[in-house]
Write a protein that binds this ligand. Structure first.
Ligand code: NAD
Length: 381
């Protein structure tokens, strides 16, 4: 069985889907692994390191894709890659199935089996495969570093002969995976941190990281099945904004990471709230490419609004490409382990991880949300 990894270095993407340590384990398990030339360079991994781990270095992308039993990717399938895929192959990656259901339809038409790393259930058993979490944690860390870089002030408290500098005040909105890592990173840099989330259950985690939790009592249910956040009403959102306005005004840095799976990002910071912030303050909106938690934020850009810098970084995990690739590679190899029985691929659809992550198999779209999205597209045509 052959696993292929292609070179995905373009635009913001610097990650590679497998790293040499994981390649070496897969080779020992009996897989042959082909890596496209230069695939690891964005993550500071040489072709030689892959070759020493037992991989074959391929040069012709079409041949690499054509001979793969399993294609492992980080980012979605490109049209050129799609053209080279054939029936019976398996594709695994961040395939953006709800953002780009057409490509999943095309993979299905070709008889390709597709697994989406976005659809790995967020359960205890699936934790070692949860690539959204491994990558979001990096985004939370890097968001704080970007904020510290853009802020014309120190983060830590400093007592010097020239006077005392108070610590920066950081407000983190949304305390999921990215938010908790942002809190921990800001604390390590010496800031005082406040955090807010609509799920009361995260209060203890926030406090255990040394941050103050802002209690906003909403008069409606905020948690859905599985412990995920629910989309809250406009009235509740407005009430939360009223309570949070003072905290936003006091903050030197605001990091927003709020999301409800499958929905547009909620607006937590309005222009009116920004107006009350100190000039030179910084907002980092991690949800900028999903509609934004902060009014005015632009994906991939830094804008200035009433003297406040608003950053809307995209694909932050790629800026820490070596470790992002290492963690992603481990997530993928743990998923692969579930698919292999006695050196052959056996897809057990009674397994909730396999069935949850599989988008299409045997020319059937297996994910209801992708099915609905494709039906919606047909109605529009
Ligand atoms: P997560 O689901 O673990 O956390 C999101 C948190 O937002 C949850 O704790 C949820 O309760 C909270 N939330 C939902 N609605 C809220 C509201 N109205 N007010 C306050 N809190 C609310 O998600 P995550 O994996 O931490 O990702 C967070 C965000 O970061 C997502 O938008 C994700 O796409 C983004 N992200 C961005 C990058 C990047 O490079 N820009 C990289 C990774 C993740």
């Amino acid at each position: 069985m052959n696993i292929a990894v292609v070179n995905e270095n373009r635009g913001f993407e610097r990650r590679v889907a497998l790293v040499p340590a994981v390649v070496s384990t897969l080779v020992k398990q009996g897989w042959s692994v082909t890596i496209e030339q230069g695939a690891g360079l964005g993550a500071a991994i040489s072709d030689q390191a892959f070759a020493e781990a037992g991989a074959t270095i391929g040069i012709n992308k079409a041949e690499i894709l054509g001979s793969a039993d399993v294609l492992v990717k980080v980012s979605p399938i490109t049209p050129a890659e799609l053209d080279c895929l054939r029936s019976g192959q398996i594709v695994i990656g961040f395939l953006n199935p709800l953002g780009n259901p057409q490509t999943i339809g095309q993979l299905n038409d070709r008889g390709v089996t597709a697994f989406s790393m976005e659809m790995i259930p967020r359960t205890s058993r699936a934790q070692s495969m949860d690539a959204l979490s491994s990558q979001a944690s990096i985004a939370g860390y890097k968001a704080v570093l970007l904020a510290a870089d853009a802020l014309p002030r120190y983060f830590p408290m400093l007592t010097t002969a020239a006077g005392t500098i108070p610590p920066a005040k950081v407000l983190v909105m949304g305390a999921g995976v990215a938010g908790l890592q942002a809190i921990a990173t800001a604390r390590r840099l010496g800031a005082t941190v406040e955090a807010y989330d609509i799920r009361p259950a995260v209060k203890e985690e926030v406090q255990s990281l040394g941050a103050k939790f802002i209690d906003v009592t909403l008069k409606e249910e905020t948690v859905a099945a599985g412990g995920y956040a629910k989309e809250i009403s406009q009235d509740a959102q407005e009430y939360a904004r009223q309570v949070l306005t003072k905290h936003v005004h006091d903050a030197d840095v605001v990091i927003t990471t709020a999301q409800v799976p499958g929905r547009k990002a909620p607006v937590l910071v309005t222009e009116a709230m920004i107006l009350g912030m100190k000039p030179g303050s910084v907002i980092v909106d991690l949800a900028a490419d999903q509609g934004g938690n902060c009014e005015g934020s632009q994906p991939g850009q830094t804008i200035e609004c009433h003297g406040v810098k608003i950053l809307g970084p995209v694909n932050l995990p790629s800026t820490v490409a070596t470790h992002a690739s290492q963690l992603y590679s481990k997530n993928v190899s743990n998923l692969l382990k579930l698919m292999v029985k006695e050196a052959t691929i056996v897809l057990d659809f009674s397994d909730d991880i396999i069935s949850g992550a599989c988008l299409c198999h045997d020319r059937e779209i297996r994910n209801q949300r992708v099915k609905d999205a494709l039906a919606q597209l047909q109605v529009q045509v």
